[in-house]
Design a protein around this ligand. Structure first.
Ligand code: PNS
Length: 171
C-alpha cells in the first residue's frame, strides 16, 4: 500500500531548510503532501495563498509532492488524507521539546499517525523563516536562504510592507 507522508508547517516563507526536508521526504515516501497551516503563536507575513503558491513553485520538480492549505488540526488532516506519517525537520536541541509535545498530541488525536524527524542538513541548521524575514526587512540579501523562484516576491512584499508602514507613520 502506498505510504503518504505529510510535511506540515507555517512556511512563512519556505526556506532552503524546508526544501531540504521536503526533498528527502519525497525520496523516502510514495506521496508527500506539504500542508500550509496556521501556527497560532506566529503572526504571518505572507498570506496563505502566497505561501501555497511559493511552495508549489519551489516543489514543481518533485513529481510525488503536492501542496495544500488546511485550517484546522494537523491530526484531523492526516485522518482526512489517510496519511500515516508526519515528517518534521529537527534543527537543534531547542526544537526538540516543542516538536515532542506536538508529536505526542498528534498521536493522541490520531493514534494511527507516526511523527518522523529528519535531522536538518548541517548547512541549514541556523536557518528559519523568521531569520529570512528579518534579513529581508532590513534590506539584506536572502538569496542563500530561500528558493530562487520566490526571491523577487519576498523583496516586493517587504517593499510594500515598509511603504505601508512609512505611510502610516510607523517607521
Ligand atoms: O512551521 P511551524 O510554524 O513550526 O509549524 C507549526 C505547525 C503549523 C505545524 C503547527 O502549529 C500545527 O500543527 N498547526 C495546526 C494546528 C494544530 O494541529 N495544532 C496542534 C498541534 S499539536
Amino acid at each position: 500500500m502506498a505510504k503518504t507522508a505529510v510535511c506540515p508547517g507555517s512556511f512563512d516563507p519556505v526556506t532552503q531548510g524546508h526544501m531540504d526536508i521536503i526533498r528527502r521526504a519525497s525520496s523516502l515516501f510514495d506521496n508527500v503532501i506539504v500542508v500550509v497551516m496556521t501556527n497560532t503563536a506566529k503572526q504571518a507575513m505572507f498570506t496563505k495563498e502566497e505561501r501555497v503558491e511559493f511552495l508549489k513553485r519551489a516543489t514543481a520538480g518533485l513529481g510525488n509532492v503536492k501542496v495544500e492549505y488546511y485550517d484546522g488540526l494537523l491530526a484531523d488532516y492526516t485522518k482526512l488524507k489517510g496519511a500515516s506519517v508526519i515528517v518534521k525537520g529537527l534543527r537543534a536541541l531547542s526544537d526538540f521539546e516543542y516538536e515532542f509535545q506536538m508529536a505526542l498530541t498528534n498521536r493522541k488525536i490520531n493514534p494511527k499517525v507516526e511523527t518522523v524527524f529528519l535531522t536538518t542538513t548541517a548547512e541549514y541548521m541556523y536557518l528559519s523563516s523568521s531569520l529570512v524575514k528579518q534579513v529581508a526587512r532590513l534590506g539584506g540579501d536572502v538569496s542563500d536562504f530561500v528558493p530562487e523562484c520566490i526571491i523577487d516576491d519576498i523583496t516586493k512584499k517587504v517593499k510594500h510592507t515598509n511603504a505601508d508602514k512609512a505611510a502610516s507613520g510607523k517607521m
